[in-house]
Ligand binder design. Sequence first.
Ligand SMILES: N[C@@H](CCC(=O)N[C@@H](CS)C(=O)NCC(=O)O)C(=O)O
Length: 200
Amino acid sequence: MLTLYHSPGSFSSRILWLLEELGADYEIAVVRYPNADGTHADPRNPHPHGFTPALDHDGHVVTETGAIALYLTDLFPQSDVGVPVGHPLRASYITWLFYQVGLTEPLVYMKGTQILRKGAAMSRLYHAMMSHIEATLSAGPYILGERFTAVDILYMSLFEHARSLLGPRTRLDAYLARADRPARRRALLKGGQDSFPGDK
Ligand SMILES: N[C@@H](CCC(=O)N[C@@H](CS)C(=O)NCC(=O)O)C(=O)O
């Protein structure tokens, strides 16, 4: 049994979208955040900090969005949303999953909090990273090429959320227009969000 510990509008919405793409049978446990000082975490949530997402699979707990994405797509190797071991795209798939959670997400966060302004090396890395992503998408339509994968779920969710920080980017906007997928709409409804981000 798969149970997703979820808070509407949080990172767990990405995993909900992935579960819908995979056609998985799962339950959602809606949990509340802890207070800012870390106290009063929801006692049902197995995440060590009370954050979301956390995934319980038959009593085994996985946390961290990237780890959950890899775990789930490995659990459903027949799905096109992941890339199984031995497939020619596996190296690229894992590289991009880790690039998203380990580099893109923190650098975009640092841009949002203005920390980037204080560090020339980090700022340079941010611009190099965005150029790399856009160059990759020019061969797209998706990060891995023709195939929509869990990597796109993580990137589309992040870039939609942070879109106003990123400046004019035609290619990125064309990419984000592809996020309107039936599984995404189902996930938003099931996850407690009643409208699609692009809808007026
Ligand atoms: N590195 C974690 C981050 C998870 C995270 O920060 N989740 C946020 C929601 S987007 C959260 O649960 N925050 C609780 C809080 O701020 O108290 C992941 O990628 O899963």
